[in-house]
Ligand binder design. Sequence first.
Ligand code: NAP
Length: 293
Amino acid sequence: MTARVIDGTAVARRVREDVARGVEKLLAAGGTPPGLATVLIGDDPASEVYVRNKRRLSVEAGMLDQHRHLPGDVDQETAAALLDELAADPAVSGILLQLPTPKHLDSDALIARIPAEKDVDGLTTLNAGLLMQGRPGLRPCTPAGVMTLLDEYDVPLQGVEAVVVGRSPLVGKPMAQLLLGRHATVTTCHSRTRDVAEVCRRADVLVVAAGIPGLIGADAVKPGATVIDVGIHRGENGLRGDVLYDEVAEVAGLITPVPGGVGPMTIAMLLANTLTAATVQQGHQQGHQQGQG
Ligand code: NAP
């Protein structure tokens, strides 16, 4: 069997177009444009590229660019004060602190300054708790993007075996919660899991977010399974993921490529979250709130 390839670039474009239409509707209803404040601390080249793309695509969707850049040697108090200022600014609908922050800063303490209703990365304790309880809230962008891909390709979730490799607060844990919210039977693997391949072979839906290039090979995949590769690694031959694409594509039923799979969805979901945040803050009917799941 050769797997069908999930086109994350096309789905992400559709989500962004949908968000742009949502922004137009908000304005037509008397609202103001959503404002996205990306906060970049320091000059990490990869982070600069990510932030530049987020800013460009937010403007393309009709949003206001409220970007802030702090020097890499900024102290905790100054960074916290900037987040407090953005939290209080009514023109700022969403705040995204680009991670990782420089090592001398306490990024958890900085994230805690972001009000839950402006937490478009879905990383605050309140939004994580709402997800845990299956209540509406802003969801972390990458796992939310995976859910959108699964839905776009009509992947059944109710009652199926889902395995998530990775348990980070950014990807693995919220991913497992979102799948659980859709009634999958969810297992999480991590670095101490005894036999990752054996657990993965159970999966009808396998989501890999371990940050280890080529961790998952064909021996870890059930024939016909849906395989979602969240990993991104920059090598000499371009980008690759956590999944050995060529051999797994021979076994899986549906698979995401790297690049062009999950990656483009992350920014698209950030824009969707920013529109949701603006809509809720401005008291308009919410069209994009991600509810149960
Ligand atoms: P992370 O914080 O480093 O977490 C990695 C997780 O994988 C940890 O829970 C770790 O287990 C687990 N793990 C490590 N080695 C393992 C192994 N051999 N077997 C099973 N599990 C193992 O990384 P992350 O932030 O979640 O990101 C994961 C990957 O996704 C990275 O490649 C990152 O670049 C990529 N990513 C992509 C996007 C996107 O937009 N596509 C967004 C975010 C992240 P322990 O908890 O036991 O240490």
